[in-house]
Design a protein around this ligand. Structure first.
Ligand code: CA
Ligand code: CA
Ligand code: CA
Length: 175
């Protein structure tokens, strides 16, 4: 699946406004679900018995993972600036890349939510990060990456907490 999306800001804004049904200047989960569906965003699945391929709509959790990725400031809503950055990334080959990576992205999201014990929207230092590190490095027998190294790599903007965007970046899901 590949097509090019219009990238002119006024056109993108008109899309945004079209789906912002309650004129809140932000897009919520329901509105994003509708938009993705209208764009023809579907997930390919394979029948394990006969190997037949088919396409299905996004699951709620998958939309949530995508929405969290778009919501860069973790405000739990998507404003136009966030939407525009994401849209530009999708234009070109980004759209088909994302359809292929949604499952991986959702798995990362699940794990992220799991470690975000206080539901702040971030993996906070030190406790939440320590548990994350333990699960992915210590228990996995990876002695080559020290906790300090991983912390520095993950927390790219150095604000003392790890956002979902930072995690996705380090996992290389959408590169
Ligand atoms: Ca936001
Ligand atoms: Ca947290
Ligand atoms: Ca950070």
């Amino acid at each position: 699946m590949s097509f090019s999306l219009p990238t002119e800001k006024p056109i993108v804004l008109s899309y945004f406004q079209k789906y912002d049904n309650n004129n809140s200047s932000s897009i919520g989960l329901k509105e994003l679900t509708q938009l993705l569906s209208d764009l023809g965003f579907k997930i390919e699945q394979k029948n394990s018995e006969n190997n037949e391929r088919s396409w299905r709509e996004l699951k709620k959790k998958e939309v949530k993972a995508i929405a969290t990725l778009i919501d860069r400031d973790c405000s739990k809503s998507i404003c136009f600036e966030e939407f525009y950055i994401w849209w530009i990334k999708l234009s070109g080959s980004g759209f088909s890349t994302l359809t292929k990576k949604v499952k991986m992205l959702t798995a990362a999201y699940d794990s992220f939510v799991n470690f975000d014990k206080d539901k702040s929207g971030f993996l906070d230092f030190p406790e939440e990060f320590d548990q994350f590190y333990q699960a992915y490095f210590q228990d996995a027998g990876d002695a080559t990456h020290s906790k300090e190294q991983v912390a520095k790599e993950l927390d790219k903007d150095g604000d003392g907490k790890v956002s979902f965007q930072e995690l996705v970046q380090i996992l290389g899901i959408l590169n």
